[in-house]
Design a binder for this molecule. Structure first.
Ligand code: AMP
Ligand code: GLY
Length: 423
């Protein structure tokens, strides 16, 4: 099979690494890719916003299958255009990507199909939203409806904070994403991410993970794209997994199909495990980054036939096998991230990979044949272990062998699971 992978982050490096191991693979191309992905794929300079150019390239190289990593091309309808051109594609349609693109869309789906989530109302202006907040009281959660780079959510512990967040949204703090606001009940519990594949009819549970969104140790400081993750999430016991499939995932898949937006691709549910059980916080219509890196490390099965079955409506014929070990990834980021940081700082050394540990590239580039850091999140040091504690020790031992002066990382990735493992 000839495969084209779209994307350039740590998520795509992990996907390329895994796809390259498939005996079914004849050739792997990546657009635009990165220097780590170049170890497994031929890099192609393609403007992925130019769908006609992507289709022309796929036809020229007789590509059998396109795998789309990030959300932006999905929301822009790249999967629809490729499929319309007769090319098998892994990734949801623009219509189904609304599951991530609009919080109101997802909340209405939950209401229609009885999927457990916080009670909510949608608002198009400030005054009625404020009246609702005053009636409900704090704590309460205010969300800009659209994609706001993870910044559109305020978990308000006081009524004043909630009222200010409503003003921020309608005053344009999040642009068009804040033209509508969702006010939602505060859910108390532990968070987990639940990854799943769907071909529109069947759902196949993958694995669970927990990520660390805040930049600082102890989960402090501003939110980021994710500073590290581990899998599995200990809070997701077999009972919780079973309940999540039955109460949340299956009604979502059948509901999306009934509504005329069948979902094809990978998605993950952000869950809050409350005293009542699993409740949905949000959906994302792609692999998480850096969660994908730990999932790929734990996946025993060949990834390529699983992705192809997802894209071609035969998911009921495949299964995914997982290693029992835990995997943990530590993100090395440029000093200053998520604020301003220096670009093109030299990375002098990246340690060799082994069966049990690997450094994935996220924001790197080659400048005059030297490896430099170009992004905020730059490397993902990923390792396996019998326990999260062991995976954590392996990952930090490897991270400490990376030579990159301008890099930093959190030192406590996996702390909740490590604390659990102590007792
Ligand atoms: P989201 O962008 O919807 O994932 O929200 C970002 C973060 O806000 C989540 O990861 C949660 O930590 C928190 N959050 C969102 N909704 C709620 C809720 N209803 N109750 C408590 N925390 C929430
Ligand atoms: N790490 C969180 C995400 O990919 O959305």
């Amino acid at each position: 099979m000839k495969v084209l992978l779209i994307g350039s982050g740590g998520r795509e490096h992990a996907l390329a690494w895994k796809i390259a191991q498939s005996p079914l693979l004849d050739a792997l191309y990546a657009a635009p890719g990165n220097p780590g992905i170049a170890d497994h794929a031929m890099l192609v300079e393609l403007n992925v916003e130019d769908h006609a150019a992507v289709i022309a390239f796929a036809k020229e190289k007789a590509i059998d299958f396109v795998v789309i990593g990030p959300e932006a091309p999905l929301v822009a309808g790249l999967a629809d255009d490729l499929r319309a051109a007769g090319i098998a594609t892994f990734g949801p349609s623009k219509a189904a990507a609304q599951l991530e693109g609009s919080k109101g869309f997802t909340k209405d789906l939950c209401a229609r199909y009885d999927i457990p989530t916080g009670a909510y109302q949608r608002f198009k202006s400030a005054e009625p939203a404020k009246d609702y907040v005053r009636a409900q009281g704090a704590p309460i959660v205010i969300k800009a409806d659209g994609l706001a780079a993870g910044k559109g959510v305020t978990v308000a512990m006081t009524e004043a904070e909630a009222l200010a967040a409503i003003d921020d949204c309608f005053d344009g703090a999040f642009g068009a994403a804040g033209a509508e606001v969702v006010v939602e009940a505060f859910l108390d519990g532990e968070e987990a991410s639940f990854f799943c594949l769907s071909d529109g009819k069947t759902a196949l549970a993958l694995a669970t993970a927990q990520d660390h969104k805040r930049v600082g140790d102890g989960d402090t400081g501003p939110n980021t794209g994710g500073m590290g993750a581990y899998s599995p999430a200990p809070v997701m016991t077999a009972t919780m997994v079973e309940r999540t499939m039955k109460e949340i995932i299956e009604p979502t898949i059948s509901g999306m199909a009934k509504d005329g937006n069948p979902f094809s691709g990978v998605f993950f549910a952000g869950l809050m495990i409350t005293a009542k059980g699993p409740e949905l916080i949000e959906y994302n219509v792609r692999f998480g980054d850096p969660e994908c890196q730990v999932l790929m490390m734990r996946l025993k099965s060949d990834l390529l036939p699983i992705l192809y079955a997802t894209a071609t409506g035969t998911l009921d014929r495949v299964d995914a096998e997982w290693r029992d070990e835990a995997a943990l990834t530590v993100v090395l980021a440029s000093k200053g991230y998520p604020g301003a940081y220096d670009k093109n700082t030299p990375i002098a050394h990246i340690p060799e990979a082994s069966e049990e540990a690997k450094v994935f590239h996220a924001g790197t580039a080659l400048k005059d044949d030297r490896l430099v850091a170009t992004g905020g999140r730059v490397l993902n040091v990923t390792a396996l272990g019998k326990t999260v504690t062991e995976a954590q020790a392996h990952a930090y031992a490897l991270a400490d062998r990376v030579e990159w002066e301008n890099g930093f990382c959190r030192r406590d990735i996996g702390w909740q699971a490590v604390a659990r493992e102590k007792v």
